[in-house]
Design a protein around this ligand. Structure first.
Ligand SMILES: *Cc1c(COP(=O)(O)O)cnc(C)c1O
Length: 365
């Protein structure tokens, strides 16, 4: 590879690493998309060519997640964080209440927006424990009169992941899966809605995938603003206005790549192995590295840890950059180190980090 195409190990939390074959394909198709003489960004979203792109992306998500017909796949804009507002604007109502499970900073932000629309009942709050774990199933009690339950299946900043599906007991379950969607099989029947900003596991930023079932769509208020109305977006097949055509195209390519890897079950095994190697490196370091999340809640996507001092955290990051790695600095709110290892992150990159951890500990103990 020439220097302008050389790849490094990119541990960024998002936007994050994309599969190289996807980038190559996008490059090949850039100037003349499927013989049209135009790039994907230059064709009409109403054209039959774009229709194929939309179908490919929708179909990819459907097959990979095994979605039954009563689930809709929508492509929205405004990022995952826009859903923090759009969800309560549709499903909370002035007199309603909703239950929120807060296991990290993203959940906290979701609560803040929902609080502007109605009553928010925080049924689990991990803040006092420093967001180090997910609640155990018995620790959360969903209120029977709640409009919905919202939780974050993987807290990207703190590195806290649920290893089970919350039982909503019949109350619609809404999940922010931005940083672990398609990383493992899930039981879709338990969810009324799952959403994810694409820039971690699905594609580029600027497109948000929303999977929502027909039943929840019926709860959208009658006179909702068109672009806030999930029903309208579903019936217009995500084309209530001009969608992010480029983003949807890449989501389709990422889905195709994932299917070639053997789908979600196959990638889950690789993800487990990648995470295991890093947590082993932490646990076998005689305390030089300390994991942030409690072992039962450790994220398989965002491995968070710290060294004995902030100076060493910093020296570790500098050394990682010298070795051709990037994106390992923890989020500014928590510090330390964060290795984001989404689906597209290669196993060799994990091994390179494990080698660095071993060498750095030996030299700086
Ligand atoms: C990144 C992230 C978000 C925010 O995504 P935007 O697309 O920037 O709005 C929300 N929730 C989780 C869990 C995330 O990881």
């Amino acid at each position: 590879m020439s220097s302008d195409t050389k790849r490094i190990y990119n541990f960024s939390s998002g936007p994050a690493v994309l599969p190289v074959p996807v980038l190559q394909r996008a490059r090949e198709e850039m100037l003349s998309f499927r013989g049209s003489g135009m790039s994907i960004m230059e064709i009409s979203h109403r054209s039959s060519l774009f229709d194929e792109v939309l179908m490919a992306a929708e179909g990819g998500v459907r097959r990979l997640m095994n979605l039954p017909d009563n689930y809709n796949v929508l492509f929205l804009q405004g990022g995952a964080a826009f859903q923090f507002s759009m969800i309560p604007l549709n499903f909370l109502g002035a007199n309603g209440t909703a239950d929120y499970v807060v296991t990290g900073i993203w959940g906290e932000k979701a609560v803040k927006e929902a609080g502007r629309c109605g009553r928010v009942n925080i049924i689990y709050d991990g803040k006092d424990d420093g967001y180090k774990r997910a609640p155990r199933p018995g620790e959360i009690n969903v209120s029977a009169n709640s409009g919905y339950v919202h939780y974050t299946s993987n807290e990207t900043i703190d590195g806290v992941e649920f290893n089970y599906d919350i039982d909503g007991g019949g109350v619609p379950m809404i999940c922010d899966a931005s940083s672990n969607i398609l990383s493992k099989p899930i039981d879709i029947g338990r969810y009324s809605m799952i959403y994810a900003g694409a820039q971690k596991n699905l594609g580029p930023s600027g497109v948000t995938v929303v999977i929502i079932n027909d039943e929840l769509l019926e709860h959208v208020p009658k006179n909702q603003h068109s672009l806030l109305d999930y029903r309208n977006i579903a019936s217009s097949r995500s084309m209530a206005n001009t969608p992010n055509t480029w983003g949807i195209y890449l989501v389709g390519l990422v889905c195709e790549w994932l299917e070639q890897q053997g789908g979600v079950e196959a990638i889950a095994k690789v993800n487990d192995e990648k995470a295991r190697r890093l947590y082993d490196a932490i646990d076998n370091s005689d305390g030089f590295y300390s994991g942030r999340a409690e072992p039962g809640s450790r994220s398989r996507m965002n491995i968070t840890f710290h060294l004995p001092s902030v100076e060493l955290d910093e020296a570790f990051c500098s050394e990682s950059e010298r070795r051709g790695m990037s994106g390992l600095r923890g989020h500014r709110s928590v510090g330390g180190i964060r290795a984001s290892i989404y689906n597209a992150f290669p196993l060799e990159g994990v091994d390179a980090l494990v080698d660095l951890m071993r060498d750095f500990a030996a030299e700086n103990r």
